[in-house]
Design a protein around this ligand. Structure first.
Ligand SMILES: *Cc1c(COP(=O)(O)O)cnc(C)c1O
Length: 364
């Protein structure tokens, strides 16, 4: 779109935004959408009915501003997460992306530094630039893993004010050991770093993978973010949240917009959370397809990364972009994350997974 770019160049845009590209997973109309890690099972009928009823009731009061403190939602989120969390330790916003943005507004900003460990979630640098936060990176090892020592050293050397740990990591899919989180937290003592563990895919973890929620007691700079966009099949509702010490919510109140969570959003989220068990009933089926993808990709001679998420990252392709295009022609959209030799695919229903695997076999 050269005309847009030219017109944009004529605007008095902030210097630090010039030349940046917006978040842009392609939005294409394709029968099998396995590109942005949604829950492809859809919303179960009884949850749908509960959301409709709750939104209907909320609509009658839309002349009034919503509960600014979203008290019922925080209570429901605390109950869902467990781990002895109380409502004052929960915070929510319109997607965990907004939660992350609020964290940078409160703890990042001009003169402050955030650190990430690529390949990781592509929104971290964008949220940093949007808030005027310097974004620095440190590498992973050859297998995209992170060790406590190297990660702690990188955090200490950077003097970072905010640390992004993505676990399970997007796009590679593997969860971090809690020893890494503990080491990073210690290493951030001098700069009093806020350590965010982004557990957007936490519900899909392999058995035995522990959540950083278990590390919260006694760590006031540790924040664990979650979302209802993935396991909860509610990406369209835009609800993300975090658990942390209660004073973190006090900090975020300083930067959030007034009444940032609409009455409609709160009603939908509360209705969904009262049906959490039903909503999450497809998580096990998705994990089965995820593990099936790993096994079948190996049989095809490819190298999938171990996955604790609802997607699989795989390498060993000679020309990933050509494979991506071939899959698209076959009606299957997956994600080219721009890493040499690699692609990422969401685990969907059994039928979608079969369509992906057989289209891929034809192409190789
Ligand atoms: C999908 C995803 C999110 C969730 O974003 P929402 O704004 O809650 O939809 C957050 N972090 C990572 C790493 C993700 O992949």
């Amino acid at each position: 779109m050269p005309s847009t770019v030219d017109a944009l160049a004529n605007l008095p845009l902030r210097d630090d935004l010039v030349g940046l590209h917006p978040y842009g997973a392609p939005q294409l109309d394709v029968p099998v959408l396995l590109n942005v890690n949604e829950n492809t099972f859809g919303v179960p009928a009884d949850v749908h009915a509960a959301i409709v009823a709750a939104v209907d009731a909320a609509a009658q009061g839309l002349n009034r501003y919503p509960d600014r403190e979203f008290t019922e939602l925080r209570t429901n989120l605390a109950r869902y997460l467990g781990h002895g969390l109380t409502p004052d330790q929960l915070w929510a916003a319109n997607g965990s992306n907004e939660v992350l943005q609020q964290i940078l507004q409160a703890f990042g900003g001009p003169g402050r530094t955030a650190i990430g460990f690529p390949p990781t979630y592509s929104m971290y640098p964008l949220l940093a630039s949007g808030t005027g936060t310097r974004y620095v990176t440190a590498p992973r090892d050859a297998a995209y893993a992170m060790t406590p020592d190297a990660t702690a050293r990188a955090v200490q050397d950077s003097g970072a004010n905010v640390v992004f740990l993505c676990s399970p990591n997007n796009p590679t899919g593997t969860a971090l050991g809690l020893d890494v989180v503990e080491a990073v937290y210690e290493a951030g003592k001098d700069s009093r770093a806020i350590v965010i563990v982004d557990e957007a895919y936490g519900e899909f973890a392999q058995t035995g993978t522990a959540s950083a929620l278990t590390l919260l007691p006694g760590r006031p700079r540790l924040l664990v973010s979650r979302t209802m966009s993935k396991a909860f099949a509610l990406a369209g509702a835009r609800i993300g949240y975090l658990a942390a010490a209660p004073e973190i919510a006090d900090a975020l109140r300083l930067v959030r917009l007034p009444y940032h969570l609409s009455a409609i959003t709160q009603a939908a989220a509360n209705a969904a959370l009262t049906h959490a068990t039903t909503l999450l009933s497809n998580v096990e089926a998705i994990k089965v397809q995820r593990d099936r993808i790993v096994v079948e990709l190996q049989a095809l001679g490819l190298t999938p990364a171990p996955s604790d998420a609802n997607f699989v990252f795989f390498t060993g392709l000679e020309n990933p972009h050509r494979v991506w295009e071939g899959l698209l022609e076959a009606g299957v959209l997956i994600r080219d994350v721009g890493i040499p030799g690699s692609l990422r695919v969401t685990a969907g229903t059994e039928e979608e997974t079969t369509l992906f695997l057989s289209a891929l076999k034809n192409l190789l």
